[in-house]
Design a protein. Structure first.
Length: 303
């Protein structure tokens, strides 16, 4: 049965890399549509698509998160998967696009939804910031806080998968590169150049390409400043993403009966019995070993 991927704002719907990738459903915010309208829209979507998967970031406004949970509860539906992710907003948008691409493959709804946690591990998300004074999602030392008040100081921050903060223009100002080919998606804040991201970092990581998109509205809140350029580096090859997911052992959820990978069902939240819990990342290195070699970075801007 087909599976729809939904996001909480229009900026999280990234351009598809091909003509086969379906778009994401943009869920209305509480101030844009009353609850009864959201219930009717969600029910209609389930009737057409069968299942609904909603990844969202920790910076999503609390009223929007409450609305998601309310709609799921009132519909009493086990066909809606709400996926809170420990990723910055642009990283969530990139992951949503990966799920959209995989949704046209022969993956069951339970496997597709539970694959989000696996795929998130391979997204390197960060930003170039003018200040880290209000950054509370990545460890920031006292010295970096003090330097935030000096004019012209810039910081490079890797928030996921391993937090790291560097001073742009310092001796070692690039975090270690992923061990596989990546593509950069970049979003600039107001009057921010982001040259460290599109130049230094993309070159050091040998990015296969750089795509620029609008900045998600939640990004300034997540990073503690609007003077930023956010980036997310992802595996660009759909065949590698598919191999990562299909290399993991599947099993049936003992509560709702859906197929899943990992240690918890994304739809009913039922955990897998500990004795049977698979090691979700065990097969990943062999899948990544088949990835194509990286090519020099190419920058494309939206028209």
């Amino acid at each position: 049965m087909p599976t729809a991927i939904a996001v909480t704002s229009r900026e999280l719907v990234l351009p598809p890399p091909d003509g086969q990738t379906p778009s994401a459903v943009v869920l209305p915010s509480p101030q844009d549509k009353p609850l009864d309208g959201c219930l009717a829209a969600a029910q209609s979507l389930l009737d057409r698509q069968g299942y609904l998967v909603v990844p969202y970031a920790g910076a999503t406004p609390p009223p929007a998160i409450r609305r998601l949970r309310t709609v799921r509860a009132l519909l009493e539906s086990d066909r809606i998967a709400l996926l809170p992710l420990d990723l910055p907003p642009l990283g969530v948008a990139v992951l949503a696009r990966q799920l959209r691409r995989l949704s046209v493959c022969d993956l069951s709804p339970g496997v597709l939804a539970s694959a989000a946690r696996l795929l998130a591990h391979y997204i390197h998300a960060g930003a170039q910031l003018a200040s880290v004074a209000r950054l509370d999602r990545v460890p920031v030392g006292l010295g970096s806080h003090v330097r935030s008040w000096l004019p012209g100081t810039r910081f490079g921050v890797l928030a996921h998968p391993t937090p790291r903060l560097v001073k742009v223009g310092g001796g070692d100002d690039t975090p270690p590169a992923p061990g596989y080919a990546v593509h950069f998606t970049v979003a600039r804040g107001h009057q921010h150049t982001g040259d460290w991201v599109t130049g230094t970092l993309a070159s050091a990581w040998r990015a296969q390409g750089v795509q620029e998109v609008p900045l998600p509205p939640e990004s300034a809140r997540w990073w503690g400043t609007g003077r930023l350029t956010e980036f997310a580096a992802e595996i660009p090859d759909l065949s590698v993403l598919y191999q990562l997911v299909t290399s993991v052992r599947r099993q049936e959820c003992h509560w709702c009966g859906l197929e899943l990978i990992g240690d918890r069902c994304a739809f009913c939240s039922s955990p897998v019995p500990s004795a049977a819990a698979p090691r979700a990342l065990a097969a990943a290195p062999s899948a990544l070993a088949s990835a194509p070699p990286a090519r020099p970075a190419l920058t494309s801007r939206p028209s």
